[in-house]
Design a protein around this ligand. Structure first.
Ligand SMILES: Nc1ncnc2c1ncn2[C@@H]1O[C@H](COP(=O)(O)OP(=O)(O)O)[C@@H](O)[C@H]1O
Ligand SMILES: [Mg+2]
Length: 286
């Protein structure tokens, strides 16, 4: 799988590439810049993640990792550059020669193709595990697919809970579940809309250490499933196992990217080496 940086396009891509499964989940981020007030937190990010690819983003706190993830589903607007999924711009359309922001309804529809899993699970506390998972397919039908009936959503919800090892806890409320179980419910919920892309923002950072692996194991399984994954994590052993591309960010820029071996064992940039020397055990690079 090619993970090389592509030359940035000078003009937005024409809408609608092919629908073929082989292009499902292609993410193209081109020269994206983002300001919060006067602070430029993304300074021209260009990154391609191939369909079914697994990109892991690492870097110090404040380097822009969460902001970058949030631009991918248009939770943050970009100030320059653009993001396309399968050749279709995210959040904007080209009219004439200009980009116009899509209407809210269109944005929400696009967002159903992109699942997101947050550090703090964000489950609805008053809904059971199963209801948390089925809420989305009933309320927001999957793009291009019919709205599911309650019974169909329930069946699909149980399948998804089974996939994350929690079918027997379908009736439990979030407060009755461990953090690891809650996060697995959140992953099942993100899968409910059959997304092309799943974004994970430090999915294990809020967990007690003994609960981290059960969540990472679920993500490892997803990595084999052909859904494109973009994962922000500090779990370097996991990143090395699961990533086909590791992206190191610092101060709003991609400092370097490559295979886990290239980035962890043989980083070219001093900033990358310096970061890993602080976060990785010496024995890790063997
Ligand atoms: N909504 C916001 N308003 C203002 N500044 C923000 C906002 N979100 C993030 N920032 C700032 O943007 C920078 C990047 O933040 P973030 O993307 O959360 O970094 P990371 O996820 O790598 O820790 C930080 O300096 C942060 O304080
Ligand atoms: Mg963050």
């Amino acid at each position: 799988m090619s993970t090389a940086l592509r030359p940035a396009a000078q003009t937005p891509p024409a809408a609608a590439a092919t629908d073929a499964e082989s292009t499902r989940g292609l993410v193209e981020i081109t020269k994206v810049r983002k300001f919060f007030g006067a602070a430029e937190v993304l300074k021209g990010i260009t990154l391609t993640v191939e369909p079914g690819g697994v990109a892991v983003i690492v870097g110090p706190s404040g380097s822009g990792k969460s902001t970058l993830l949030r631009t991918i589903n248009h939770l943050e607007k970009v100030d320059a550059g653009f993001i396309a999924i399968d050749g279709t711009l995210v959040g904007y359309e080209v009219r004439g020669r200009r980009l116009h922001e899509l209407r809210e309804k269109e944005i929400l529809k696009q967002r159903t193709e992109i699942g997101m899993v947050f550090q703090n699970f964000n489950l609805f506390p008053h809904l059971t595990a199963l209801e948390n998972v089925t809420e989305a397919p009933i309320v927001a039908p999957r793009a291009g697919k019919p709205r599911l009936s309650k019974a169909e959503a329930r069946e699909r919800g149980l399948e998804l809970l089974d996939r994350v090892g929690l079918k027997d806890r379908a009736g439990a409320y979030p407060r009755q579940l461990s953090g690891g179980q809650q996060q697995r419910v959140a992953i099942a919920r993100a899968l409910a809309l059959d997304p092309k892309i799943l974004l994970f923002d430090e999915p294990t950072s809020a967990l007690d250490p003994e609960l981290v692996n059960e969540v990472l194991d679920v993500i490892r399984e997803l990595a084999k499933s052909g859904t494109t994954l973009i994962i922000v994590t500090h779990e370097m052993g996991f990143a090395r196992d699961v990533a086909d591309t590791v992206v190191f960010m610092d101060q709003g820029q991609i400092i370097e990217q490559g295979t886990p071996r290239e980035i962890f064992t043989n980083p070219r940039e001093e900033r990358t080496r310096s970061f890993f020397s602080k976060v990785i055990e010496p024995a890790f690079n063997i």
